[in-house]
Design a protein around this ligand. Structure first.
Ligand code: PMP
Length: 437
């Protein structure tokens, strides 16, 4: 019958399939691709800043010279030349003790996340994850039917005491988390970075509780002050599994990432990956390897850093100038994202239709939690739009929030008086920051 969409296969799906839902970001795709909409939603890298002609001729030349290898199946663990180069890349973050044998090349770090979850998680297992957390990781944990317990963050990243408290509370219920999932640098979506002091504390807690740590670090080289924070994996090789990616330092379309893991785990990861994809794409791996060898790739990372810093500055400047009182936000030192907290009582998801009508898109905060938190939060990405569009997007968003506030004020029958312009950033250096959320 037309109009009724019945799923004839519903009674045959695996248990885990029922838990799969489109993420808040994916649901926005149709909207954000409309040219009149300023999208502050997706975290798409600015690939047009790449030297596309040089990359194009490099790829053409690669096929002529090494086509037989580039177009053939390869090793399940990934190309050995690329794995050697990955060691150099990780060396920039202080990881010096690893060998190419510890590295498994993946189809983006997203596949790395999926492999880790396949290797470690059974239905009902507990995963500790920051509050909020990367939506793609939550999707993976959900598909594994794991139970995510969020641990609070603030402007300095994951709060060690909150991690200790969560572990103690779980132990009291007889539960032991399988892993801690964390994005220490330029967090997606919170925009904050774990301080050096806290890195030490978190690793000490992990040691004391025999906790396995998944360090997801796609943005580590995109710090605006050029500071590279030493990876957790640099200090602790035997309980940290490190996920890396070329999506943000080169190009996400190539889908090349990696996992660096203790030896025994690495074997399981390779087996799980072979079951999924046989081998990572040979052509993409060769392109990355050739790019790292023949192009000034670190100079290009600098170009990206400067471009994103300019966009971050534009976004923060516009927020300070335009947001109504009661709105607050984080101040990222790198990466792509600003995490915003709306005035009390406002709901970012409920506000979305008004935002779309006003031609601006963001991602509502609830998508970054497994437990319904984040109603009053949203994520803004400044990585993709030109500065002028960012300013316009923030202007539109500010008027959407003002309209919502007016509506609420009218609804509550309160006086509109007393509202002034000028929200407050809550980032590093701005005094005590509220927890996220
Ligand atoms: N982890 C984090 C924190 C991310 O932000 C992303 C991409 N947005 C990924 C993993 C996946 O990246 P990719 O698969 O492109 O390497």
């Amino acid at each position: 019958m037309r109009g009724t969409v019945l799923d004839a296969f519903a009674d045959r799906y695996a248990e885990r399939t029922h838990g799969m839902t489109a993420s808040e970001i994916r649901a926005l795709f149709a909207v954000v691709s409309r040219p009149e909409v300023v999208s502050l939603a997706g975290g798409m890298p600015a690939v047009t800043a790449l030297p596309l002609d040089a990359v194009g001729s490099m790829i053409g030349d690669l096929i002529s010279r090494l086509g037989a290898q580039a177009l053939q199946y390869g090793s399940g663990q990934g190309d050995v030349r690329l794995r050697e180069q990955i060691l150099q890349v990780m060396g920039l973050e202080g990881i010096t003790g690893a060998s190419a044998d510890d590295v498994v090349v993946t189809v983006g770090s997203q596949q790395g996340l999926d492999l880790v979850s396949r290797v470690f998680l059974d239905p009902g297992d507990v995963v500790l994850a920051e509050a909020p957390s990367y939506v793609g990781a939550l999707g993976v944990f959900q598909a594994a039917q794991a139970h995510v317990v969020h641990v609070d963050m603030d402007a300095d990243g994951l709060i060690p005491q909150a991690l200790s408290d969560a572990l103690v509370a779980l132990a009291a219920r007889g539960q032991r988390p399988k892993l801690l999932y964390t994005v220490p640098n330029f967090h997606n979506p919170a925009g904050v970075t774990l301080t050096e002091q806290r890195r030490t504390e978190i690793l000490a807690i992990a040691e004391a509780h025999d906790l396995l740590v998944i360090e997801d670090n796609p943005y580590g080289l995109l710090g605006f002050d050029e500071q590279v924070h030493p990876a957790l994996r640099a200090r602790c090789a035997d309980r940290v599994i490190y996920l890396g990616s070329f999506s943000k330092t080169f190009a996400p379309g190539l889908r090349v990432g990696w996992v660096c893991a203790p030896h025994a785990v690495r074997d399981k990861l390779i087996l799980a990956s072979e079951a999924q994809v046989l081998c990572p794409p040979a052509l993409s791996q060769l392109v990355v390897a050739e790019y790292l060898d023949s192009q000034p790739w670190l100079e290009q990372v600098k170009v990206f850093r400067e471009l994103y810093r300019e966009r971050r500055d534009t976004a923060l400047g516009a927020l300070v100038a335009l947001m109504p009182a009661g709105v607050s936000w984080t101040r990222p030192d790198g990466g792509f994202y600003i995490w915003m907290t709306l005035p009390e009582g406002l709901d970012a998801k409920a506000m979305q239709p008004r935002a779309v009508h006003n031609r601006v898109a963001y991602v509502p905060g609830i998508g970054f939690y497994a437990d319904g938190q984040g109603v009053g939060n949203l994520r803004l990405s400044y990585c993709f739009p030109e500065p002028e569009r960012i300013r316009e997007g923030v202007r539109r968003l500010a008027s959407v929030i003002e309209e919502e506030l007016e509506l609420r004020t009218t609804f509550l029958g309160e006086a509109v008086a007393g509202r002034t312009r000028g929200g407050q950033p809550h980032g590093a250096g701005d005094g005590p920051a509220p927890n996220l959320p």
